[in-house]
Design a protein around this ligand. Structure first.
Ligand SMILES: Nc1ncnc2c1ncn2[C@@H]1O[C@H](COP(=O)(O)OP(=O)(O)O)[C@@H](O)[C@H]1O
Ligand SMILES: O=P(O)(O)OC[C@H]1O[C@](O)(COP(=O)(O)O)[C@@H](O)[C@@H]1O
Length: 327
C-alpha cells in the first residue's frame, strides 16, 4: 500500500485547541516514523506554515503526551488564510520545504483552510476533526468533545449541590457559539431542567412559564444549561429575562475551562485511531479527505462534503424527552 512519492509530511493543530490533539499527534508521528516518513510539525496552526516556524517530530518527541491537554505544537486563528495571498504563501512555503502531504487537525475553519490550500498546492491533504464543539460533518464525533462534556457535567453537578442548598435557579453557560452539542449532552447528563441551544429559537416566555410550573410542582432548585450562542446576549440575557419575572438567579460562565484538561478515554481512543488512519490514508494515496468516525468505522469523506454536511446537527429530540425527564 506504500505511496512511493511520500517522504515528508507536515502536521498542524489549528483553531480552538481540544483535549486529545496531543494523542492524535503522537499517533500520527509514531505511525509515520514506523513507515519511514519524516514529520514536520508546524507551530501555531497555519501561522507556522506562513512564518516557516516548525520542528522535526521524531518518535521520542511525542513521548508522554497522550494524557496531556492542549497541543504541544500550539494553535492559532490565522486571519491571513482568509485571503488568497495568505493561502498562496502557505502553498509556496510547503513546496519550498519539500512537504509531500499535510495533516490538519482542527475544526470547521481549519478544514476550510485545508480546502483553500488544496486549490493552490498539489500535495496530499487529510483533515482530522479536532474541536470540543462536535460541529463538523463527515464524522459522528470530534476529538475533544467527550472531555469538554465531562468538564461541563462536573460543573452541573457542583452547581446542583449549591442550588439545592439555597433552592436557587442556576444558569450555566457552556461553549458553543454555533452548535448546541455540549449544552444538549451536558443538560441531559446533568439532569438540567432547561437546555438552550442555538439550533432552537430562544423563547423567554416559554422558559418563564416552565419555571412557574416547576415551582408549582414543588421543584425548588433549577438548573438551566445555556449554549454560548443560544440567544443574543447569551446567559446574561437569559438571567435578565428570568429575573424580570421576579425569580432570583445565579449565573456561571464555564468558558475555557472546557477546553483544557487531560483527555478522557474516548477522546484518546478517537484521536489515536484517527491519527493512525490518517497516515494510512496518505500512504494509500488519498487526498482532500476528512478522516472521521461514522458508526464504528473509520471513514474518509471528501473535505468539501464534510463541510457541506448539514445533517450533523445535535439530536434536538433530546429537548423533547427532557420535558419528561424534568417533570
Ligand atoms: N474560509 C476559510 N478559508 C481559509 N482558511 C480558513 C477559513 N476559515 C478558517 N480558516 C483558517 O483556519 C483557522 C481556524 O479556523 P477557526 O474557525 O478559527 O477554528 P476551527 O478550525 O476550530 O473551526 C483560521 O484561523 C484560518 O487560518
Ligand atoms: O478561544 P476563543 O478564540 O475565544 O474561541 C472560543 C470558541 O472556541 C471554541 O471553544 C471551539 O470552537 P472552534 O472549534 O470553532 O475553534 C468554541 O466552543 C468557542 O465558542
Amino acid at each position: 500500500m506504500n505511496n512511493q512519492r511520500l517522504h515528508r509530511i507536515g502536521v498542524l493543530t489549528s483553531g480552538g485547541d481540544a483535549p486529545g490533539m496531543n494523542a492524535c499527534l503522537r499517533a500520527i508521528v509514531r505511525t509515520a516514523v514506523y513507515h519511514n516518513l519524516e514529520v514536520i510539525g508546524f507551530q501555531h496552526g497555519y501561522r507556522g506554515v506562513l512564518l516557516g516556524e516548525y520542528q522535526v517530530l521524531d518518535a521520542r518527541s511525542v513521548a508522554n503526551i497522550i494524557q496531556r491537554g492542549g497541543t504541544i505544537l500550539g494553535s492559532a486563528r490565522c486571519p491571513e488564510m482568509h485571503h488568497a495571498e495568505g493561502v498562496e504563501r502557505a502553498a509556496k512555503n510547503l513546496k519550498g520545504l519539500g512537504i509531500d502531504a499535510l495533516l490538519v487537525i482542527g475544526g470547521n475553519g481549519s478544514m476550510q483552510g485545508a480546502v483553500s490550500l488544496s486549490e493552490h498546492w498539489s500535495g496530499q491533504i487529510i483533515g482530522l476533526p479536532g474541536t470540543i464543539d462536535n460541529d463538523l460533518g463527515g464524522t459522528d464525533w470530534t476529538i475533544g468533545f467527550f472531555t469538554a462534556l465531562d468538564t461541563a457535567l462536573d460543573a452541573v453537578d457542583r452547581l446542583r449541590d449549591t442550588a439545592d442548598a439555597f433552592d436557587r435557579i442556576f444558569l450555566l453557560e457552556v461553549m458553543g457559539r454555533h452548535a448546541g452539542w455540549i449544552a444538549l449532552f451536558t443538560g441531559i447528563g446533568g439532569g438540567a431542567e432547561e437546555i438552550l441551544i442555538p439550533e432552537q429559537a430562544y423563547d423567554p416566555e416559554t422558559i418563564i412559564t416552565r419555571i412557574k410550573e416547576y415551582r408549582a410542582r414543588g421543584k425548588k432548585s433549577l438548573v438551566v444549561v445555556v449554549a454560548e450562542g443560544a440567544c443574543n446576549g447569551g446567559v446574561q440575557q437569559v438571567a435578565v429575562d428570568i429575573e424580570g419575572h421576579g425569580f432570583e438567579t445565579r449565573t456561571c460562565v464555564l468558558g475555557h475551562v472546557q477546553r483544557g484538561g487531560s483527555p478522557v478515554a474516548l477522546d484518546r481512543y478517537l484521536a489515536t485511531e484517527l491519527g493512525v488512519f490518517a497516515v494510512q490514508s496518505l500512504l494509500a494515496g488519498e487526498t482532500q479527505m476528512l478522516a472521521g468516525k461514522l458508526g464504528q468505522a473509520n471513514q474518509l469523506v471528501p473535505l468539501r462534503e464534510a463541510l457541506a454536511d448539514r445533517n450533523h446537527q445535535p439530536p434536538t429530540h433530546l429537548l423533547k424527552i427532557n420535558r419528561f425527564l424534568a417533570t
